[in-house]
Ligand binder design. Structure first.
Ligand code: ADP
Length: 394
């Protein structure tokens, strides 16, 4: 079965085409600058890279362009897209599982724009576009928030008036659920143990970062909240900030809600502290001679450290710590900074293994480390394709 996985952003559309007989990725790529000038689509199809410069006025033009390339190469003869899986950022309080898309499900995704004003309208537009281009082909929505539905109420409740929280749905939902679930599964495989017996802290550290306590295969707590701004500092997002700071900044700088949101989402985090870059690689390159870059690096690492410590307490123990996503998979410096400070838990990092480059799932702790440390490349697209297959094969 051939499954197309789509991840629609406000000005981008990522795609992956997977053959589920082998779980092999036949093609992937991205259309960028949709609705802007200087748009382009780039792809890798069966190992061959390609790129096309063209302006796209919406997701429809982007997807049609992607399909043209696929039809010239992999989708020939009888080979057709048999199901489409969509990454949907916010599933709100009701979606705790992936859903086959019906008119009612699509309407509810559109209603959730309140929680994710940037993301959910784009996801809905991606779904409508795919429905137009693939009439009759089953479509599935896989929610970033769904894995965290197992959090207990004391982990997701904010210290705000209860009635207000109930009225507006103010609570922690968590994100990157597909990734946390995937790497937790892979960690259990790597350790040769059942997921249901393990306590794992999964650290998804990329441009957006979140950390999750996965106890016996279920999310018990996670660092992101109602929106993806909460938690550790990120590329340009601030992570945890005293709420009192926000009212002060609004008053002192004369910011309205939009201005404040822009500050917290686009100008903070690694970029805001360092003044150098939102990109962790560039921070690491600069930090030898730039104090603010060094500070940004340490604020990120310290945030990760505190979450791991907190989640070890929340789960009454920890068997494994897993790093994933751009920073988690590639930054031996971040992993080393954090793990050195976890010796009280019995974490012992093998620095040689930590600095060795590899794309494979791997352990980087010493054999006598009581807590295992793993690096697992995430694969959200494969997870979305598996869920799409599961729901459409029924
Ligand atoms: P996204 O959240 O957009 O999917 P990624 O998971 O691709 O992002 O992560 C991007 C981040 O990973 C960037 O901050 C980038 O600098 C960082 N990164 C990638 N490679 C390295 C590396 N070798 N060392 C440190 N950071 C890296």
């Amino acid at each position: 079965m051939l499954i197309l996985v789509l991840n629609a952003g406000s000005s981008s559309l990522k795609f992956n085409l997977l053959d589920m007989a082998t779980e092999e990725t036949l093609a992937d790529g991205i259309a960028e600058r949709i609705g802007m000038s200087e748009g382009f689509v780039r792809w890798t199809i069966q190992g061959e890279k390609g790129r096309l410069e063209l302006d796209m006025n919406g997701h429809k033009k982007a997807l049609a362009t992607i399909m043209e390339q696929l039809q010239k190469t992999v989708l020939t003869g009888e080979r057709k897209v048999q199901a489409v899986g969509h990454r949907v950022v916010h599933g709100g309080p009701n979606f705790g599982e992936p859903e086959k898309i019906t008119p009612a499900v699509l309407a509810e995704i559109e209603e959730l724009v309140f929680y994710a004003p940037l993301h959910n309208p784009a996801c809905a537009s991606g779904i409508r576009t795919a429905q137009e281009l693939f009439p009759g082909v089953p479509q599935v929505a896989v929610f970033d928030t769904a894995f965290h539905h197992s959090m207990p109420d004391y982990a997701y409740t904010y210290g705000l008036p209860y009635e207000l929280s109930q009225k507006l749905g103010l609570r922690r939902y968590g994100f990157h659920g597909t990734s946390h679930r995937y790497v937790a599964d892979r960690t259990a495989l790597l350790l040769g143990q059942h997921l249901e017996t393990l306590k794992i802290v999964t650290c998804h550290l990329g441009n957006g970062s979140s950390i999750t306590a996965v106890k016996h295969g279920r999310s018990k707590d996670t660092s992101m909240g109602m929106t993806p701004v909460e938690g550790v500092i990120m590329g340009t997002r601030c992570g945890n900030v005293d709420a009192g700071v926000l009212t002060t900044v609004m008053e002192q700088e004369g910011l309205d809600a939009k201005g404040l949101s822009n500050l917290l989402n686009k100008k903070s985090g690694l970029l805001g502290i360092s003044g150098v870059s939102s990109d962790c690689r560039e921070i690491e390159e600069a930090m030898g001679k730039n104090k603010q870059a060094h500070l940004a690096f340490e604020v990120l690492c310290y945030g990760v450290l505190k979450h791991i410590g907190g989640y070890a307490a929340a789960m009454n123990g920890v068997d494994a710590i897993t790093f994933t996503a751009g920073i988690g998979e590639n930054s031996s410096a971040v992993r080393s900074w954090v793990c050195k400070r976890l010796s009280f838990l019995g974490v012992k990092l093998d620095e040689d293994l930590n600095t060795r480059r590899s794309k494979a799932d791997r352990l980087i702790s010493t054999p006598d480390s009581t807590v295992k440390v793993a690096v697992i490349p995430t694969n959200e697209e494969l997870m979305i394709a598996r869920e799409t297959l599961r729901l459409t094969a029924k």
